[in-house]
Design a protein around this ligand. Structure first.
Ligand code: PGA
Length: 275
């Protein structure tokens, strides 16, 4: 089966260029979401391998998101390296009787500086609603964890022409309750659900089309803050397709799942060359 169609009959062609030259706030940001993978020693080894390969990063941000139990050890392994560490979700409450959950202050105390919220697996496998995601994002901000807010449509939503409606609902429900100074800490990640873990990466034009629409929503909501917010693309990003994606004006980075588990592959993605 091929890729789902673009939103409009004619895909938008956008002139390419370097984001960081246009807007220094939108420094490229490459994030590795390790999901429920790697035993503790493997996670520490991968962190060490990345540390070796990515010593000299001055013009881009990099972060990895290990499982909760590995956050502390990975943060330690990456001390004094430019690579940051985050959690894969956080609970809305700071503490309490929530068996199996983790809170933003616990993540922060383990060395996390970031947290993913609203990943499609949290939304679709674990049933997190837009309202849950909004509360989790607010909890992250309360504890100075920089949230990476994930949004994206399912295949069925795209095929029924509802991509932008779904994405706008997800963006607005999470970000409208946040004050402007809080917005400055947020990164967005557009991850079409049909592209996650499927090997079906959106074409650069398909991704750019939605990124440009999200940029418009952010401008509308936050003015200058919206202009500065980074929007990452996620969904089957690999070393072989990152360059084309990063050449798009509104793609400021990548949220990488499967391909972030291999040090050489991830390091090559981090060193993308926008064409
Ligand atoms: P993938 O996952 O790169 O394995 O498609 C991306 C993500 O879920 O963040």
């Amino acid at each position: 089966m091929g890729l789902p169609p673009p939103l409009r009959a004619q895909a938008i062609r956008t002139p390419t260029g370097s984001r960081s030259e246009e807007n220094p706030m939108r420094r490229p940001f490459i994030a590795g979401n390790w999901k429920m993978n790697l035993l503790l020693p493997e996670a520490v080894r991968l962190a060490g391998d990345l540390r070796e390969r990515l010593r000299d990063l001055s013009d881009r941000d990099v972060a990895v998101f290990p499982t909760f139990v590995a956050v502390e050890a990975v943060a330690r392994a990456l001390e004094e390296s430019p690579i940051q560490v985050g959690g894969q979700t956080c609970h809305p409450e700071d503490a309490g009787a929530f068996t199996g959950e983790i809170s933003a202050p616990i993540l922060a105390s383990a060395g996390a500086s970031l947290v993913i919220v609203g990943h499609s697996e949290r939304r679709h496998v674990f049933g997190e609603s837009d309202a849950d995601v909004a509360l989790r994002l607010q909890a992250a901000l309360r504890h100075r964890l920089r949230p990476v807010l994930c949004v994206g449509e399912t295949l069925e939503e795209r095929e029924s022409g509802r991509t932008l409606e779904v994405v706008e609902r997800q963006v607005r429900s999470a970000l409208e309750p946040v004050a402007k100074d809080g917005l400055a800490a947020v990164t967005l990640a557009y991850e079409p659900v049909w592209a996650i873990g499927t090997g079906k990466v959106a074409t650069p034009e398909q991704a750019q089309e939605v990124h440009a629409a999200i940029r418009g929503m952010l401008r509308d909501m936050g003015g200058a803050v919206g202009e500065d917010m980074r929007i990452l693309y996620g969904g089957s990003v690999k070393a072989s397709n990152v360059d084309g994606l990063m050449a798009m004006t509104d793609i400021d980075g990548a949220l990488v799942g499967g391909a972030s588990l291999d040090a050489d592959e991830f390091a090559r993605i981090v060193r993308f060359e926008a064409m």
